[in-house]
Write a protein that binds this ligand. Structure first.
Ligand SMILES: Nc1ncnc2c1ncn2[C@@H]1O[C@H](COP(=O)(O)OP(=O)(O)OP(=O)(O)O)[C@@H](O)[C@H]1O
Ligand SMILES: [Mg+2]
Length: 327
């Protein structure tokens, strides 16, 4: 488990990380999402203490990193593998040499280094390119080498800072699948830092939303999508503003469906039971944390809105009112 408690970091007048408390359960793929400048990379550097926070504590696998001396910290940091956006590979070394680098400072024998590097390259699908030069590889392949290197020292946590943002969509998908496989097969906790909600949607179990250095929301996605007013959910289902032309006296609601709830029968039944026309203004269906989930925006005549909303909530659906009754 990774636990940050009341962590803050200022650069001059900027509160890059501002009183952040965050718990990342063992074995999860956890997303940290937020706009550029929100403080994500600063937070990532604080997790492995490349950057010391001004205040607060960082605990990884029951070891409080913030209380360690620099020499003990070096050993503790090996529990955390890091993958960077710009790969940070050495061009002068072979693919294998880059992966072995992670083991050179800790007394691993040459033979063991070589075996471990080969094992990790096989895992990321590059076992056959071990002798190639780094510059002969594509961006996606280089990122796989970066992941193999990060895994070489057997960390319990893999920390990835925008590791896919320089890659095309297809390559991004394959790298994200690799993260999920590593999480599943090696049991690693994976911390994915990203500005892309799609990365969270496709890959993460849980997420935290960061704004101006603060965590404004965090939780398991399956719970988040059931939380009224969730900002993360709003970004998971980007339905945008209410379309123009919707009468001012109509009620507009968003219904969120999770866990295989199909929206069609619900809406058809609404129209039937309440004897009203319900217009669908927008809909988004997504696969989130392995669950089918969707959000549908409806326009309901004002006079029946209260009973329609009560009916839907009675069925256990999340209903949020954007305009009209109880808005
Ligand atoms: N070493 C530094 N010195 C001074 N200011 C810094 C430093 N690192 C980060 N900052 C500032 O802290 C804030 C957060 O930066 P950070 O890099 O953590 O954001 P980010 O969320 O990773 O953004 P991006 O999505 O663009 O990578 C920004 O205002 C940035 O200018
Ligand atoms: Mg960053």
């Amino acid at each position: 488990m990774i636990a940050l408690e009341h962590v803050s970091k200022r650069y001059g007048g900027v509160a890059a990380v501002d009183d952040v408390s965050l718990t990342i359960p063992t074995g999860e793929v956890f997303g940290i999402v937020g706009q550029s400048g929100a403080g994500k990379s600063t937070l990532a550097r604080i997790v492995n203490l490349l950057e010391r926070p001004d205040s607060g504590t960082v605990t990884v696998d029951d070891v409080e990193l913030t209380s360690l001396r620099e020499s003990d910290l070096r050993a503790a940091r090996r529990r955390i593998g890091m993958v960077f956006q710009r790969f940070n590979l050495l061009n002068s070394r072979s693919v294998r040499g880059n992966v072995e680098l992670a083991l050179e400072l800790d007394g691993t024998s040459r033979q063991d280094r070589r075996a471990r590097a080969q094992e990790m390259l096989d895992l990321v699908g590059l076992g056959h390119r071990a002798d190639a030069s780094v510059h002969e590889l594509s961006g996606g392949q280089q990122q796989r080498v970066g992941i193999a290197r990060a895994l070489a020292a057997r960390p319990s946590v893999l920390l990835s800072d925008e590791a896919t943002s320089a890659l095309d969509p297809e390559t991004t998908t394959s790298i994200l699948e690799l993260y999920r496989r590593i999480n599943r097969e090696l049991g690693l906790t994976v911390l994915l830092i990203t500005h892309e909600m799609d990365v969270v949607k496709s890959t993460c179990d849980s997420a935290a939303l960061i704004e101006a250095g603060k965590v404004v929301e965090q939780g398991r996605l399956v719970d988040v999508i059931k939380t009224p007013g969730s900002r993360l959910t709003g970004q998971l289902f980007p339905l945008g503003p209410i379309p123009e032309g919707v009468p001012a006296d109509a009620t507009v609601i968003d219904i969120t469906f999770a866990g295989g709830n199909a929206d069609r029968p619900v809406i058809a039944r609404l129209a039937r039971d309440h004897g009203v026309d319900v217009s669908i203004l927008g809909a988004a269906v997504e696969r989130i944390a392995g669950t089918q989930a969707g959000r549908t925006r409806l326009e309901v005549p004002g006079e029946v809105a209260a009973s329609v909303i009560a009916d839907l909530r009675g069925q256990g659906l999340l209903v949020e009112v954007l305009q009209g009754v109880a808005a």
